[in-house]
Design a protein around this ligand. Structure first.
Ligand code: PEP
Ligand code: MG
Length: 842
């Protein structure tokens, strides 16, 4: 190793921040250059460490030369990339019986003996590879630290056949080799490749002088870790710990101890260092420090590990103090991380027990009693008690229960299943497809893979962010939206050049969308308006109508309900765009499923049970999602779309009378042929004509298509001739392009992703190669046929950052996503615009 030029440098004297020595060396070299006091530190280059790995002996004389005799050192990893790990720091290398005795005489004998014991233990386990449990047992069985130290020395000698090495050079050689060995091990390899490290990722090493106070000196002595901002809130100040003591090793099982124990002088020195770092690094850092006889030394520095809330506050503060641009501050957060502050989360600092896992279908966490039916959920809500609605899968009849529940758990279903879509819309946490948990309908029980049984009323928690089901009611952390959050997102709006709309169907969802400043409604799924109990019955009457006239009569009852929904929607959106999708699901979704529901319906409609069952049989389809739904229903039973069109136009007239003009967008679902658009368009135009005549009002509206079938994408040129807009419904489009049921994909998706069949779940992030190609093809053909064509996406992918980037690059006008993802989409759209702007200033 000694033959390599510049492979071992003293920070401050050689150039250690050119990447050859790893990231920690670069960072510490910068601190030295800034004039911050760092204890003498030798950096070993990645090349030098490779030589140690290949069997060369490290030149310990050369490494130790700058430290002088009887110095203790720490050995730290300096990996080639941030987040690539590396073995933990080795402290107090060089400690032997003679130095231990000196430390006992000069300082606190108990602290010195604990330090020696800890060093022998680390060395025994990590270098000599002795059984860690035997040393743990010593800690447990021997409270007296002096006795423990003596027993550790004997144990070491007994297990290795040699006494503990006393020579600093020998200790250092073996410590360096053990750090290299750990880096080469398969676990370390696996961990760093998960963080994107290449196969030949390199490790540098740092050997740093340990700070030891002198006996006679005055002032603070000890070690700690501090940052210039609160890791929880991001507010500025000195936050961290200080542990008084004479030998400053830093961060070895550092006991909680208040930073207030520091003298004002040391605190002010630390503040100065942190402030300098903040200005020079344009970031809030956390530092490990040591104080000896009142002098503060900085041992290490790293980006502060903080909450999302704090990261936003810090980014805003840095920009407001002029250290970084607004654009740069927006780039400091992963868009998805924002989800964590919009919903309550499991407090991970407390104990919890995961009983099953599923798909993270809607973020946030909730605790409550198990409720196996909507009825039970309603009863819990009436008693003001929180509950988790547990269903094998959900359907329209469960929406009521989902409103009442604090969370939803299903045994089947993926990221775009009914439960997932509705829960995200409501902002209710949901774990879907928890297939390892058994749903025993007969026993009304949930049985965990470990055999634990949960019955109605038993407490469970779900973590929709991680897709976990937890035992009991675990403590949750409340969300909190700060002023900084609002400022941050307002900056995002200044930067973005693409609209972000919300998928919202109910007044509650519209209100959330508004509170998150959505630019409009990109998808109002009108069928969700019929799930209210009173409407469901009328809807069912319509389904059971014997004749067209009977059907028209029931639709007449639904008309005022729809009209009032739309009036509310238009008024709430105050002239901002609203895209209303005509009725989409197959009719049978509105029929009862369970025996007692059939009975109830028969009573309500005054029909025999057999009539209900017969009608259900008539409507039964082998593959309803590919059957009579969407525009197929609209053409076969045209009265439904006619009623909806009338409700939209009458509501529009009323909203305009109340001072809220707007131009509604009417969207046709599940189109596969241009003639479908022509037929619906002429029927809607006719209704508009009638309403204009009846009311004496003029108004505009737009008609467009939700592109959900591959054929619609391919024939986008034809469709665009009759459409003002095409909005890609990528949930169904993904389902139909892959031929994978969006409700059943969870059975194999995890295996498929794990085995690299698909890089990611295509229902979560857009499959750019396949579905994405269809989007690009359709966009091109559509815009060629109609240059004013408005393009957008309204499938669940509309809230995914990578998909947003894709759509922006493809020239889409807007993305639309569930209301709680609107802030995420606003940030992602801004980041995409900034990335692609040439004048971006850091
Ligand atoms: C879609 O298919 O992408 C879509 C938005 O419609 P839904 O999820 O209601 O089927
Ligand atoms: Mg769809």
């Amino acid at each position: 190793m000694s033959g390599i030029d510049g492979s071992v440098v003293l920070l401050g004297q050689g150039n250690a921040n050119d990447g050859r020595f790893g990231v920690r060396a670069s960072r510490l070299a910068e601190l030295v250059n800034f004039g911050i006091p760092v204890p003498a530190t030798i950096a070993l280059s990645i090349e030098a460490v490779r030589m140690i790995a290949s069997g060369h002996a490290p030149d310990t004389e050369k490494i130790l030369d700058p430290f002088g005799p009887e110095t203790l050192v720490s050995v730290r990893s300096s990996p080639g990339g941030i987040d690539w790990g590396g073995a933990p720091t080795f402290h107090a290398v060089g400690l032997n019986c003679a130095i231990h005795e000196e430390l006992c005489n000069a300082h606190d004998p108990e602290a010195a003996s604990k330090l020696y014991f800890d060093f022998i233990k680390s060395y025994a386990v990590r270098v000599a590879r002795l059984d860690p449990e035997e040393f743990e047992a010593l800690t447990a069985s021997c409270p007296d630290v002096f006795g423990r130290l003596a027993r550790a020395k004997s144990l070491y000698a007994k297990c290795t056949g040699e006494s503990f090495p006393q020579d600093m050079g020998v200790q250092l050689t073996h410590v360096l080799r053990s750090m290299v060995r750990a880096w080469e091990g398969p676990t370390a390899h696996l961990l760093r490749s998960a963080h994107g490290a290449p196969e030949n990722a390199g490790l540098g090493l740092l050997v740093q002088k340990t700070v030891v106070a002198t006996k006679s000196g005055e002032g603070d002595n000890g070690f700690g870790a501090v940052s210039g901002a609160d890791p929880e809130s991001g507010s500025r100040g000195l936050f961290g710990n200080f542990c008084p003591g004479c030998i400053s090793v830093a961060r070895v099982e550092m006991p909680e101890s208040s930073i207030k124990k520091l003298s004002p002088r040391s605190s002010s020195d630390l503040e100065k260092h942190l402030d300098l770092l903040r200005r020079r690094k344009q970031d809030e850092l956390e530092i490990d420090f040591a104080v000896a006889n009142g002098k503060v030394w900085v041992l290490d520095a790293r980006p502060i590990d903080c909450s999302v809330q704090a990261a936003i506050q810090i980014a805003v503060d840095l920009a407001e103090s002029g250290l970084i641009s607004k654009e740069s501050s927006l780039g400091r957060l992963e868009p998805d991380s924002i989800a964590r502050i919009l919903h309550p989360q499991v407090d991970r600092s407390r104990a919890y027990n995961v009983i099953a896992t599923g798909i993270s279908a809607s973020p946030g966490a909730a605790s409550g009693a198990v409720a196996f039916s909507s009825q039970a959920a309603a009863e819990y809500a009436a008693r003001n008690e929180s509950c988790i609605l547990v269903r094998i899968e959900t359907g329209p009849e469960d929406i009521k229960g989902m409103h009442f529940a604090s969370g939803v758990l299903t045994g089947r279903g993926g990221i775009t299943s009914h439960a997932a879509v509705v829960a995200r819309g409501l902002g209710v946490p949901c774990v879907a497809g928890a297939s390892d948990i058994q749903f025993d309908a007969r026993m009304q029980a949930l049985i965990s893979p470990g055999g634990k049984i949960f019955r109605e009323g038993d407490s469970i928690s779900i973590d929709g962010t991680r897709g976990e089901v937890l035992e009991g009611a675990v403590p949750l952390e409340k969300p909190g939206l700060s002023d900084a959050f609002r400022i941050f997102l307002d900056w995002a709006d200044e930067s973005r050049d693409m609209e972000v709309r919300a998928n919202a169907d109910t007044p509650d969802e519209v209100q959330v969308a508004n509170s998150f400043k959505a630019d409009g409604i990109g998808l109002c799924r009108t069928e969700h308006m019929f799930f209210d109990e009173a409407r469901l019955t009328v809807m069912r009457e319509m389904i059971f109508a014997d004749s067209d006239s009977e059907r028209r009569a029931t639709l007449k009852q639904l008309l005022p309900m729809q009209r009032s929904d739309f009036i509310e929607l238009f008024l709430n959106m105050q002239g901002r765009p609203v895209c209303i999708r005509l009725f989409d699901p197959p009719l049978h979704e509105f029929l009862p499923r369970e025996r007692d529901e059939i009975k109830e319906l028969a009573d309500a409609l005054d029909l025999p049970d057999s009539r209900i069952i017969a009608r259900m049989d008539e409507l039964r389809e082998f593959n309803p999602m590919l059957g009579m739904r969407g525009v197929r229903l609209g053409i076969t039973v045209p009265e439904i779309y006619e009623m909806q069109a009338r409700a939209i136009f009458e509501a529009l007239v009323e909203a305009r009378r109340r001072g809220h003009p707007g131009t509604p967008e009417i969207m046709i679902p599940l189109v596969s042929a241009n003639r479908e658009v022509e037929l619906v368009k002429s029927s809607v135009d006719a209704v508009a004509h009638t309403v204009r005549k009846e009311t004496g009002e003029t108004f505009d509206y737009k008609i467009g298509v939700i592109v959900e079938t591959p054929r619609a994408a391919i024939r986008a040129g034809d469709l665009a001739a009759n459409s003002s807009f095409l909005s890609f419904g990528t949930n169904d489009l993904t389902q139909m392009t892959y031929g994978i049921s969006r409700d059943d994909s969870q059975r194999f998706m995890a295996t498929y992703v794990a085995r690299g069949v698909y890089p990611e779940d295509p229902f979560a992030t857009l499959d750019k190669e396949g579905v994405g190609e269809l989007l690009l093809l359709a966009a091109k053909r559509g815009r060629e046929a109609n240059p004013d064509l408005v393009l957008s996406i309204c499938g669940e992918h509309g809230g995914d950052a990578a998909t947003i980037e894709f759509c922006r690059k493809a020239g889409f006008n807007y993305v639309s996503c569930s209301p709680f993802r609107v802030p995420i989409a606003r940030l992602a759209a801004a980041q995409s615009a900034i990335r692609n702007r040439s004048d971006f200033r850091r």
